[in-house]
Design a protein around this ligand. Structure first.
Ligand SMILES: Cc1ncc(COP(=O)(O)O)c(C=O)c1O
Length: 430
């Protein structure tokens, strides 16, 4: 591993210049093991990324999810370059708005109409505004992993500075696979719920027809069911979790994987609901920016013609099962939990509590050996190869062996001495 002189230099310049040091909290140095991880990446190819000091890593962050095909992916590059030569943004819509909408319609269940967005937050917020406009109600029943930065949602998080307090009263969480928690919410808020806004699934499968029941309850009370498929879309199946789980929502928000890293989101849904966008103010200068739409066309083309999702599921299965087998054999308290296409690494202390300190130490060991895990989910892309997985497992094994030493070290309370950077920090809680 080459010394991270350039990373350190850039970070030093950023410290007095860029509040929060990054445009995305989850990418900032504090979200990783600061001092051990690279602070800046300069390029990527396939499943690998390279830092500004020339170190190479197998990446499992995938830019927090959008990279579904791979970095610097030829077909996406070609589509962007071809469109670039004709212009980026125009004064009147470009045909790609119609073409990509048609493509989405053919891939996404229930996509009777389509609008585009620049981010997952835009798309999610547009569906909430639509539901409020349609129902004339304000309140939202919520379940999911968060991520939307706009006021209506961030109000209920620990990072709610600057958000009118009144908004906090309008969003309440229910629990997954716990239909009673939703029923209670609807009883308390009788006739006041605009929508159930939820990720259809994070890492646990719905049980006892949970999603069908959610839909029934929402409709019984005149509310909409909105799925946030910003992570699950174009990752769980070509048609997202709606296809995998065979449950359709009234409106769906997409982002991340739709354009392999270009800033694009989308809203799909039933005509009777999507029609509201003729009225509500959902309109932005870059809404029809064509490089992202062209990238989206290329991504959907690859999804339709290549076994992208199957490949990720298959490699993910091997990664999870072998990772957990090695951990068990070595008797270390580390586990990869979740689904082959959306999992997390959990390190537990001797009381079996998830420990960010131990996780930071494990990540220190893996990143030094060329494997880049991130603060959130472990994601795979179509460019990950069986040899990437093999190498990763080897790195994890060696790193876990060093964790065995740490197991003893917990007793002597010297983990902090072994950790050469800062403990990773969580961005927010809610
Ligand atoms: C489930 C979910 N929804 C919405 C968002 C917001 O997407 P974006 O960061 O593109 O605004 C995120 C971001 O991580 C997310 O995880």
């Amino acid at each position: 591993m080459k010394p991270m002189k350039n990373s350190k230099n850039l970070l030093r310049r950023a410290k007095d210049l860029i509040p929060a040091l990054s445009q995305t909290f989850s990418k900032g140095p504090y979200s990783y093991v600061e001092g051990v991880y690279p602070a800046y990446l300069s390029r990527g190819k396939g499943s690998h990324v390279f830092d500004v000091d020339g170190n190479e890593y197998i990446d499992y962050v995938m830019a927090l999810g959008p990279i579904i095909l791979g970095y610097n992916y030829r077909k996406v590059n070609q589509a962007i370059i071809q469109q670039l030569e004709n212009g980026i943004s125009f004064s009147i819509p470009h045909p790609l708005e119609v073409e990509l909408s048609e493509n989405m319609q053919s891939l996404i269940p229930g996509a009777e109409m389509v609008r585009f967005a620049k981010t997952g937050s835009d798309a999610g917020t547009a569906t909430v505004r639509a539901a409020r406009a349609i129902t004339g109600r304000d309140n939202i029943a919520y379940w999911g992993g968060g991520g939307v930065w706009h006021d209506w949602f961030t109000a209920i998080t620990s990072k709610n500075e600057g958000i009118p307090k009144i908004l906090k009263k309008m969003v309440r969480k229910f629990n997954y696979n716990d239909i009673d928690s939703l029923k209670i919410l609807f009883e308390d808020w009788h006739g006041e719920v605009a929508a159930v806004y939820m990720e259809p699934m994070m890492t646990e499968y719905p049980k006892n027809n949970f999603l069908q029941k959610v839909k029934q309850i929402a409709h019984k009370h005149g509310s909409l069911l909105i799925f946030d498929e910003v992570i699950t879309g174009f990752r769980f199946a070509n048609g997202g979790a709606q296809e995998l789980l065979k449950v359709g929502a009234d409106m769906v928000a997409f982002g991340k994987g739709i354009a392999n890293g270009m800033p694009l989101g989308a809203i799909t849904g039933k005509r009777q609901y999507m029609d509201i966008f003729n009225k509500v103010f959902y309109s932005t200068t870059y809404g029809g920016e064509t490089l992202s739409l062209a990238a989206g066309m290329a991504v959907l083309g690859e999804l339709k013609t290549k076994p992208v999702i199957k490949h990720c599921w298959n490699l993910g299965k091997v990664l999870i099962s072998e990772f957990n087998r090695i951990a068990e054999e070595l008797e270390v308290n580390i586990k990869m939990e979740g689904l082959p296409i959306r999992s997390s690494i959990i390190c537990r202390d001797k009381n079996e509590d998830p420990s960010l300190l131990l996780k930071s130490l494990f990540y220190q060991e893996t990143v030094r050996r060329g494997v880049l895990f991130g603060p959130g989910y472990v994601f795979l892309c179509y460019s990950h190869s069986p040899s990437d997985i093999k190498k990763t497992l080897k790195v994890c094994e060696t790193s876990m062996k060093s964790m065995k030493i740490v197991k003893n070290a917990i007793k002597t309370n010297s983990v902090k001495k072994i950790l050469q950077g800062n403990v990773m920090k969580r961005v927010m809680s809610f």
